[in-house]
Design a protein around this ligand. Structure first.
Ligand code: ZN
Length: 296
C-alpha cells in the first residue's frame, strides 16, 4: 500500500466537503486541513472502526501497560496501514475528518494515568509520556496529529496546578475529554443512586473544566444494572447527558450509521499484545480477515 506523508497544498476540499454543498463558515470548515489521499483502497463504509484503549505508558510492557517503544510502534503501524486519528465525538457524530482512502482510528486513554501527559519543569511536554511520543511522531507525520479521547478520573494525570493548562492544550490540538466516573468502581455492583453519583460527579468535574457533554468509559467495561441510565438521567436538579459509552473489549466497532451500532456499547481494542490486542487485530487486517472502514 502506498502511503503519502505529504500534504497536498493545492487541493482545497476534502472528500467529505466535496460531496456536499459548500458549508457555511463554521469553525470546522475554516480549520479543516487539506487532506491528501491516503491509499488507493476502495471505500468501505461498512467496515469496522478501530477504537483503541490505552492505560499506562511505561518503560516496560506489562499486562495493562504499553511500553513507550511499542506505543510508538503502534502509531507507526497504524499510519502505514492507512489509519488516521479521530475522536469518539467525531465518530458518533459521523463527522470523521478523513482523507479519501483513510481508515479511522479512535485512540483513547483511560484512568488519567500520569504517564499519559506530563509537563516537565521547563514547561515542555515530557517526550516519554504518551502525548510527547505522539507529538514527536506527528512532527514527521502531520496528517496523524495528536487527536485522542482521554477518559479521565478526578486525579487528572497528577500535577494539579497544571490541569487547566493541559486541558487547554489538549483542546487546542483537537483532543477531547471523556468521563470515567469518580472512583472507578464496578457499576454493576452499585445502587442506581450510587451509579448516578459516579457518572454525574465525573460529568460535573468535566463541566468545570469547560468540557460539554462527554462520552463515558465504563470502569472494567461493566454496565450498571439499570442500563437505561447509560442514556442519561436526572441528577441534582439537572440532566446528565451521555452521548456515547465505550466498553473494555473486544474488537472493532460497527460504523456509527450501521443498524447494529449501539452508542451505549461501543467495543474497544486493547493497546496490548496477545489475543484481541492491537497487534492481533492489525495482523488480521493485513491478512484480509478483518475489513476496516475506508473513507471513499
Ligand atoms: Zn479504567
Amino acid at each position: 500500500m502506498r502511503v503519502s506523508s505529504a500534504l497536498v497544498v493545492a487541493a482545497v476540499l476534502t472528500a467529505g466537503c466535496a460531496r456536499k454543498a459548500p458549508p457555511s463558515a463554521t469553525t470546522a470548515a475554516r480549520t479543516t486541513p487539506v487532506l491528501a489521499r491516503v491509499s488507493n483502497r476502495p471505500g468501505n463504509l461498512h467496515g469496522g472502526v478501530f477504537v483503541i484503549e490505552y492505560h499506562k505508558i511505561a518503560a516496560q510492557e506489562a499486562r495493562w501497560d504499553r511500553s513507550i517503544a511499542r506505543f510508538r510502534g503502534d502509531l507507526e503501524r497504524l499510519y502505514k496501514m492507512g489509519f488516521r486519528p479521530i475522536t469518539i465525538g467525531q465518530f458518533i457524530a459521523g463527522k470523521m475528518p478523513l482523507a479519501a482512502g483513510a481508515s479511522p482510528v479512535a485512540i483513547t486513554f483511560d484512568d488519567a494515568h500520569p504517564s499519559q501527559f506530563q509537563i516537565l519543569p521547563d514547561g515542555s511536554v515530557d517526550p516519554e509520556c504518551a502525548v510527547g511520543v505522539w507529538q514527536a511522531f506527528a512532527t514527521h507525520h502531520p496528517d496523524f496529529p495528536v487527536r485522542a479521547t482521554f477518559f479521565v478520573l478526578p486525579n487528572l494525570w497528577g500535577q494539579r496546578s497544571l490541569v487547566s493548562n493541559k486541558v487547554a492544550l489538549l483542546r487546542s490540538w483537537g483532543c477531547e475529554l471523556g468521563n470515567h466516573t469518580m472512583t472507578h468502581r464496578r457499576l454493576d455492583r452499585l445502587s442506581d443512586d450510587e451509579v448516578k453519583a459516579e457518572i454525574g460527579g465525573g460529568a460535573q468535574i468535566l463541566a468545570r473544566l469547560g468540557t460539554g457533554i462527554a462520552p463515558l468509559a465504563l470502569p472494567y467495561g461493566m454496565s450498571p444494572r439499570d442500563k437505561s441510565l447509560l442514556r442519561g438521567f436526572q441528577w441534582k436538579g439537572g440532566k446528565v447527558e451521555i452521548p456515547a459509552v465505550v466498553l473494555v473489549g473486544a474488537g472493532p466497532s460497527r460504523p456509527a450509521g450501521d443498524p447494529a451500532f449501539d452508542r451505549t456499547r461501543i467495543p474497544r481494542i486493547q493497546g496490548i499484545e496477545g489475543e484481541n490486542g492491537i497487534t492481533d487485530w492489525l495482523d488480521q487486517v493485513e491478512a484480509g480477515k478483518v475489513k476496516p472502514y475506508v473513507q471513499p
